[in-house]
Design a protein around this ligand. Structure first.
Ligand code: SLL
Length: 157
């Protein structure tokens, strides 16, 4: 479908991770003995009433190569991956939009780099009672000159 000139739509998003130490009783045979933490990396719109599902085909999370199948694809919300591990590394989060002339959606994929945090980095920061560590950042998906279909999806009430 046609592009709408001189229009740009920003969708505020949050992305990042939570992490906590594994408890001794959680260290079953399925978890490698050198894994010390469980973490969840995620991406979501800031506002609850924003539905990106008609636009998003999948969100991929590219983990460190020490993981089996490092590229994890998530097709439905919540867009997140929970894993266990021992180290911090950079995760590549990529949003793949639906495309195809028949759909009328044709937006550029969006890529974000997130440094996975397992350890508290500010000793002065207030501690969460459950011992969880968070590293959450704000960004915006900017749709420049969206197609009419994308515009309709993003401005739906
Ligand atoms: C470091 N540069 O040395 C980083 C690499 C890799 C972390 C960290 C799990 C691996 C597995 C894992 O935590 N890898 O699947 O067993 O700190």
């Amino acid at each position: 479908s046609k592009r709408i000139k001189n229009i740009s739509i920003s969708v505020p998003i949050l992305y990042g991770n939570s992490a906590r130490r594994l408890l001794p009783e959680e260290k079953t045979e399925k978890i490698p003995p050198d894994h010390t933490h469980q973490w969840t990396v995620f991406l979501k719109p800031v506002l609850d009433n924003v539905d990106l599902t008609p636009l998003i085909k999948k969100v991929t999370f590219k983990l460190h190569d020490t993981y089996d199948t490092p590229v994890r694809a998530v097709e439905h919300p919540p867009y997140q991956v929970t894993e266990t591990g021992w180290g911090e590394f950079e995760i590549v989060i990529k949003i793949h939009f639906h495309s195809g002339a028949e759909l009328g959606i044709n937006e550029k994929n969006f890529q974000i780099f997130h440094g996975l945090k397992l350890h508290p980095y500010n000793p002065q920061a207030p501690k969460h009672p459950n011992g969880e560590v968070y590293s959450v950042l704000f960004d915006e998906l900017v749709f420049q000159e969206p197609t009419e279909v994308t515009f309709e999806i993003l401005t739906r009430k």
